[in-house]
Design a protein around this ligand. Structure first.
Ligand code: ZN
Length: 523
């Protein structure tokens, strides 16, 4: 029985012959196949086992460990809700223990009688320094942050079981492979690799994988930051999801790779509107019925256009992207604020792209709607929820007040259901320069671009503490792979997984080097 429906192009890698996905044998003659695999494996340098013969050819240890660990993490189901992350937290803690790294499983709150929730934390101490002559010893610690929970997956839609952690075609498949168990594994193995080698960083490295990110982080990173600030003592930097490497192949005209480092995110300002009206039998409508009132209010909100505002971060982001823009947009990207003000054609083109539009203004999406439970009832209350995303520096209170003025109806109350301020981290830091240095050594023509994203991650909890927090996972993800996040057939290539560990290690070392040089120069 094939698990691969014939109607889906996504579900079967274009380059592979028809397979029985349970065993991975191409449908061909077995002796010929064995010979071919042996030949390919012998000729390939470096030697790399081809599934399903993992056991026959020795993989480099890091590759094998990363693959096994990610596969195990995917098998340990942590779909949120309800999360149930404690089992995975314990398994990861066991790896930290074996490597001799200080660690802790931190129980976090959940509903009574609900699943056990927890975060896992580890701290690899900086190399011991006898003196401070090269500036080492008291460098700010670097937190590597990820999350243990995942969004759900519907097995019937997938080509493989999303919770089996299958290794197939040089990929690890399953829910969380990219978001974010693959990040957790890369961070964990970065610490372990340093612990096992003689080469220790100048600073403490803090590993943290939290529960509850996918439903807002209030009971995960938010709770931990409030209740266990001691875990982050001395921390000055943080890297987490929200940015990464766009490989060269993804960009028109064979342009160089782009390393997108997210400095800030738009802030959610989620509002509930409740319209009150005359309840009764809907056979005799009244003027002030709740549902039509609500619809009229939503119509005003839908038609309203928010002002365009190019923040410093967004201006810098597009200026950095200008060399990659189509020729006719290059000047506009280079001075976005001016072009949006003065060039009508450019403004239309730019705002037509929903992703770009969302970066230069506050946006509102009308999402939840609730009226009567039955056709012939006029309810006393009708309810709607708005997902508004605000630019850094804007306040949700002021935004809610502007919505109230727009709605202009005393029978409609507006309540904030989720809001936190957007904060930005500077790009003028040794960590940013360390990322630039590693990017430059990898691909001299590559670009490092400071970014703002429309969504939000757990980074904001740490920016609120004054920690320089970047959304950046050093992993090259072609666009078609990135689309699988929260979608069908999420997977990560083993090569990408291993590269993200190596690049994380290089960034840690580059950060040491940059800080030492800057301390010497007296910057
Ligand atoms: Zn995530």
């Amino acid at each position: 029985m094939s698990l691969i429906p014939a109607d889906s192009s996504l579900r079967q890698p274009a380059f592979s012959p028809p397979r029985c996905p349970h065993r991975g044998f191409p449908i061909a003659s077995l002796p010929g196949l064995l010979l071919a695999i042996v030949l390919v494996s012998v000729l390939a340098t470096p030697a790399r086992a081809i599934w399903p013969f993992d056991g026959l050819f020795r993989r480099p240890p890091l590759e094998e460990r990363a693959t096994k660990l990610l596969s195990e993490a995917i098998r340990t189901r942590t779909v949120n809700p309800p999360g149930n992350e404690r089992g995975l937290a314990r398994k990861l803690a066991a790896h930290l223990r074996r490597a001799g790294i200080e660690h802790e499983v931190i129980p976090t709150p959940g509903p009574e009688d609900g699943p056990a929730r927890a975060a896992v934390w580890g701290r690899l101490r900086a190399r011991a320094t006898g003196s401070d002559q090269d500036g080492a010893g008291a460098r700010p610690a670097l937190i590597l942050l990820s999350h243990l929970d995942t969004v759900p997956a519907l097995p019937s839609e997938w080509s493989v079981d999303p919770f089996a952690g299958r290794v197939w075609d040089s990929f690890v498949w399953g829910r969380g492979a990219l978001d974010a168990k693959g990040v957790t594994v890369a961070h964990l193995l970065t610490l372990i690799a340093f612990a096992e080698s003689d080469e220790k960083p100048d600073r403490d490295l803090i590993f943290l994988a939290t529960p509850d990110e996918e439903t807002g982080g209030e009971l995960g990173a938010g709770w931990i930051v409030r209740h266990h600030p001691e875990l982050f003592e001395g921390a000055g930097y943080l890297l987490t999801e929200g940015g990464g490497i766009q490989p060269a192949s993804d960009i028109e005209g064979g342009r160089p790779p782009v390393w997108g480092v997210t400095l800030t995110e738009k802030a959610p300002c989620w509002l509930e509107l409740r319209a009150h009206g005359q309840a009764g039998h809907s056979s005799t409508p009244t003027r002030d019925a709740a549902v039509p009132r609500l619809i009229a209010a939503l119509d005003r909100i839908r038609r309203a256009e928010s002002a365009i505002h190019v923040t410093d971060e967004v201006g810098r982001m597009f200026a950095a992207l200008a060399p990659l823009a189509p020729e006719w947009d290059r000047a506009g990207f280079a001075d976005l604020s001016r072009a949006l003000r003065e060039d009508d054609a450019f403004r239309r083109r730019f705002l037509d792209n929903p992703g770009q539009n969302a970066l230069v203004r506050n946006t509102v999406s009308i999402t939840v709607l609730e009226g009567a439970p039955k056709t012939n009832i006029a309810p006393a209350v009708a309810r709607a929820q708005l997902d508004a995303r605000l630019l850094p520096g804007e306040s949700c209170e002021e935004f809610a007040a502007s919505i109230a003025r727009l709605v202009d109806d005393d029978a409609i109350e507006i309540e904030q259901i989720l809001a936190f301020p957007a904060r930005a981290s500077s790009a003028d830091t040794p960590l940013y320069r360390a990322i630039e240095r590693v990017a430059g050594s990898r691909s001299p023509a590559g670009l490092v671009v400071p970014r703002m994203i429309g969504g939000f991650t757990d980074a904001h909890w740490f920016r609120e503490l004054g920690i320089v927090a970047y959304g950046f996972v050093p992993r090259a993800l072609p666009r078609q792979e990135g689309r699988r996040v929260h979608g069908i057939d999420e997977r990560v290539s083993i090569a990408t997984l291993v590269e993200s560990i190596e690049l994380s290690r290089q960034i840690v070392l580059a950060l040491d080097a940059v800080e030492r040089e800057e301390a010497k120069r007296g910057d």
